[in-house]
Design a protein around this ligand. Structure first.
Ligand SMILES: [Cu+2]
Length: 695
């Protein structure tokens, strides 16, 4: 993406020499402590070795000498400094895990950090990551989100599918090739554990680069933060229902711009790199410290925005800086024009869902001062709620006074003659009068340099339909795919023969009911597939960010339902898909195209066959669908699921099993499988079958 040689030359001329001597391609202020072992992860190193130690910590405790603190004015004060007269030094703030400054809550840290340290490697390096679980009561497993894991599915980090959970006190080593380059992240794949903070950036620098531009940059890890409930409590509340004892009412989901659902979990605070303010009202916060990004006037900066959020999508903008250039999504460069491959994707803001990554550049060309980078949820809040739902970070121009607790951001101005463009909308419109235009990925983004040959999937052998939603009735409507509520197997699928997996064949599955089983679809190796991902039928209502492990895919079409172009509200689901055996109220467990002419994949109207964008996490609009294509060339059982962990834990997941009949070689198994056995909580005994792989 960037010209290495030129960077080195410019680096020597412009930047401090130390940046060049380290051999670090990217040099950002955000990196902080690293996990890298000395002598690895450099540009010329063959390996990148990292040690990650996972343990619990408390927020609002200073480190290394723990003292409880409280926030005011964007600074921290000792618990016994009642009036807030003696602010603690900036370094102390930096070393304190604050989250949103409310209470002193337990979080999960990696190497003592929340979020964990950024792992920065070069494409092609052999990654060797040692994970040590020092949590006292929790097991874990780490997924490398965006890494293709070519021939290394055993390092994909999905408990009960590619490995046993790492038990308290155990170590586990992940080995995989650093591919593909771009902005990725690592996170716990153990149910909803990510929401406690177990995540961090994973940046893979390209080996060769060609864009003659140099940027400094920042990593922006987004999270929605519930300062009351741990993951298990959240899950139980989702199952049992959300109540408000003060109003004596159910909590109903909040709604998006298009009127579709979000969550009954009330948003507390948004965090950027683990820091945020809790807004007690629409305009007043608890003044907890924010992440500060230092910029110099007139320079360009690259922001790598990673959504590690649990539930909420965000619209990201920078106050006073209405011109952002989108560079990449999910690690793949994108542009706005198919033919020149150079037209920039210039927008005012963009929407990012859990699991997505969006890189953008911005020039620090405004009046020097303090601005806010803001990630607002897509909720349309009733003013009577008197709440503000956003994550914020400070953009501070050098040589201007510090303002540690700036007021809430002023939105950028959008007018009839100069409307604001928002990229990556999972709906068609913003309400008329807001002067905001939606650009969706399918129509506006093109892959800049297709790294995967689209010719491989120009012709596809098979089309498969998967409906992600909450099918069911008023009594039972769990997360599911095609009405199949996913059940984790008791031992990793990777180590069982395909036929031994208890699939859905004998389960009580049907066109108008929901069943429980380990839903997996066998894909033939090296065959090109077209997948239609939908959110229709009575389980619709929540746009879902769907993530595929081990593969990137081309997004060839996003199909929407019908919307009111004045109010922007969703009206009707798409009529492009027919649901077999449909009765009302209807599930949609078995789908096909309404028009048989669409059975010829390249005859589908509006399909994009030239430079379609490449993703690994795609938002399926409520009442609509997305068509993706990929060649099943990477052997293994790949998890395919909603990136909203609560939904996946509830069953909105499945496995795409490439070449399921072949076994992994002993060498592969030896690489990964030196671990104690899983504990089968169902049978209440240890499973011995996978205890030892013969050497
Ligand atoms: Cu992933």
């Amino acid at each position: 993406m960037y010209c290495r040689k030129l960077i080195l030359v410019l680096c020597i001329v412009i930047l401090a020499p130390k940046h060049c001597l380290t051999g670090t391609w990217w040099d950002g202020q955000e990196e902080g402590p690293t996990c890298a072992v000395a002598g690895t992860c450099g540009e010329n190193d063959k390996t990148c070795v990292c040690n990650l130690t996972i343990e619990h910590r408390l927020t609002m405790m200073t480190s290394p000498n723990p003292v409880l603190v409280w926030p005011k004015g964007g600074k921290l004060y000792r618990f016994d400094d009642v009036d807030g007269s003696f602010p603690l030094p900036i370094d102390t703030i930096r070393n304190t895990i604050t989250a949103d400054g409310v209470g002193s809550r337990m979080v999960i840290t990696v190497n003592g950090l929340f979020p964990g340290p950024s792992i920065v490697a070069f494409e092609g390096q052999q990654m060797i990551i040692h994970v040590q679980n020092l949590m006292q009561t929790e097991s874990t497993a780490i997924h490398w989100h965006g890494i293709q894991q070519i021939n290394s599915v055993y390092s994909d980090g999905v408990p009960y599918i590619t490995q046993c959970p790492i038990l308290p006190g155990q170590n586990y080593t992940y080995r995989f090739e650093a591919k593909q380059h771009g902005t990725h992240f690592y996170h716990s794949q153990m149910k909803n554990q990510r929401s406690m903070g177990l995540y961090g950036a994973l940046i893979i620098n390209p080996k060769t680069t060609e864009v003659p531009e140099i940027h400094e940059g920042f990593t922006v890890l987004l999270q929605d933060w519930n300062h009351d409930d741990d993951p298990e409590t959240s899950y139980l509340r989702m199952i049992d229902g959300m109540y408000n004892i003060n109003t004596r009412k159910y909590e109903h989901p909040t709604h998006s711009v298009d009127g579709t659902n979000f969550s009954a979990f009330r948003f507390h605070s948004g965090l950027i790199n683990g820091m945020g303010r809790f807004y007690r009202t629409n305009s007043t916060s608890n003044e907890s410290p924010l992440q500060i990004f230092e910029v110099e006037e007139s320079k360009p900066y690259l922001f790598r925005v990673i959504s590690a959020a649990t539930l909420y999508p965000f619209r990201v903008y920078i106050e006073g800086h209405p011109t952002l250039t989108i560079e990449a999504s999910d690690g793949h460069d994108i542009v706005n024009n198919v033919h020149t491959a150079s037209t920039k994707l210039v927008v005012e803001s963009f929407i990012i869902y859990p699991g997505e990554r969006i890189d953008f550049t911005v020039h620090a060309v405004q009046e020097p001062g303090t601005y806010l980078l803001v990630a607002e949820t897509l909720e349309v809040l009733d003013p009577s709620m008197d709440e503000y739902h956003a994550a914020e970070a400070i953009l501070h121009y050098a040589k201007t006074p510090y303002i540690f607790n700036p007021p809430k951001a002023t939105s950028n101005t959008c007018t009839l003659t100069k409307p604001c463009i928002t990229f990556n909308c999972p709906f068609l419109y913003y309400p008329q009068g807001t002067h905001r235009i939606c650009w969706n990925l399918h129509t506006e983004a093109y892959c800049k340099n297709p790294k995967i040959d689209f010719q491989d999937v120009y012709t596809v052998s098979q089309t498969l339909f998967f409906n992600f939603g909450f099918n069911g009735d008023l009594v039972r409507n769990p997360g599911s795919v095609n009405g199949r509520q996913f059940v984790y197997p008791a031992e990793p699928i990777l180590y069982r023969h395909y036929n031994a997996i208890q699939g859905c064949k004998n389960a009580n599955c049907g066109q108008n009911n929901v069943c429980k089983c380990t839903f997996h679809e066998n894909l033939e190796k090296d065959v090109a597939y077209q997948l239609v991902l939908s959110n229709i039928g009575d389980g619709q209502g929540w746009s879902q960010p769907i993530h595929l492990h081990g593969n990137s895919f081309f997004v060839v079409k996003i199909g929407f339902g019908t919307y009111d172009n004045v109010s922007a509200k969703f009206l009707l689901e798409t009529s492009d898909i027919h649901c077999d055996g449909r009765v009302k109220p209807s599930m949609c467990n078995s789908e096909k195209w309404k028009l048989s002419s669409w059975d010829n994949p390249n005859h589908i109207p509006g399909i994009k066959l030239i430079n379609p964008p490449i993703k690994d996490t795609i938002v399926v609009p409520s009442g609509g669908y997305v068509i993706i294509r990929f060649k099943a060339s990477n052997k293994g059982p790949w998890f395919f699921h909603s990136q909203v962990d609560l939904h996946t834990t509830n069953g909105m997941a499945m496995i795409l099993h490439v070449d399921s009949s072949s076994k992994f070689s002993t060498k592969d198994q030896l690489t990964c499988w030196v671990q104690t056995p899983c504990y089968d909580s169902v049978k209440g005994k240890e499973i011995t079958v996978i205890k030892k792989i013969v050497k």
